[in-house]
Design a binder for this molecule. Structure first.
Ligand code: ADP
Ligand code: MG
Length: 246
């Protein structure tokens, strides 16, 4: 699903991603962890073209981007990647003046040009899936943070993505609301969704992910199965990080 070859990303002189090469097969659930500023968000954003890479290549479900891809071709490939990729951020970014159902329907109406009724049917079933059937007609401001984030997940799923990217989806939530969002993500994983999740929830990462990427200073320092990583991190950096967060 994702193939990265010797990817580098610079912001000016600041090299934020360094020599990243990996492949992520379909249906794999990957947790990306590491200290603040290590490049985790940039890594995710390069995958769906929110950032362009400085060197190397990325392919997502067969759509390829090279550092030297022409602007015109780049636009086309990024458009294709976005169509197949859902992204969920720390901030939910729902439309405040639209109901929950309308938020989920939006892309179906605008991007897929569906008519109201079928779009509503899809929204309704996705809202049931994330446990919010009874909130269809509520406005975002009437929901808790955890509920809003579940709407954001339903909204991303509406486009039937082949890949879901999550950037600290529970970091802005009150502690008691984290579990309900993780539960939805776990059920997506069980459905076989390919997922890349930046998270500080170590227990969730250990339990739900198939693979851990530990990033530090722009490098992928460890790439391991969760049990091996958490029991027996290979590098001093990972050991220190795990001591701090546990
Ligand atoms: P993380 O998500 O692990 O905290 P980020 O990917 O957000 O790390 O950031 C990694 C580095 O890249 C930081 O030094 C940050 O300041 C820098 N950076 C991120 N985005 C930008 C940007 N748009 N412009 C300039 N520097 C950026
Ligand atoms: Mg980040």
């Amino acid at each position: 699903m994702i193939e990265m070859k010797q990817v580098y990303k610079k912001f000016g002189d600041n090299e934020v991603l360094k020599d990243i090469s990996l492949s992520i097969p379909a249906h794999q659930v990957v947790a990306v962890i590491g200290p603040s500023g290590s490049g985790k968000s940039t890594f995710l954003r390069c995958i769906n073209g929110l950032e362009t890479i400085t060197e190397g290549s990325i392919s997502v479900n067969g759509h390829e981007i090279h550092a030297n891809t022409s602007p015109k071709a780049l636009k086309k490939e990024i458009h294709a990647i976005r169509q197949e990729t859902g992204m969920v951020f720390q901030q939910f970014n729902l439309y405040p003046h639209k109901t929950v159902a309308e938020n989920v329907m939006e892309a179906l109406l605008v991007v897929k040009k569906m008519s109201n009724e079928p779009a509503y049917q899809i929204a309704s079933s996705l809202l049931a899936k994330v446990g919010l059937a009874e909130k269809e007609n509520a406005y975002p401001s009437q929901l808790s943070g955890g509920q809003q984030q579940r709407v954001a997940i339903a909204r991303a799923l509406a486009m039937e993505p082949k890949l879901m990217l999550f950037d600290e989806p529970t970091s802005a939530l009150d502690p008691e609301l984290v579990g309900e969002v993780l539960k939805v993500m776990k059920s997506l994983a069980e459905d076989g969704m390919t997922m890349v999740i930046v998270t500080h929830e170590m227990k969730f990462a250990e339990e739900v992910a198939d693979r851990i990427l530990f990033m530090a200073d722009g490098f992928i320092v460890e790439d391991a199965e969760p049990q091996a990583f958490f029991k027996n991190p290979q590098t001093e950096r990972a050991q220190k990080f795990l001591q701090k967060v546990s």
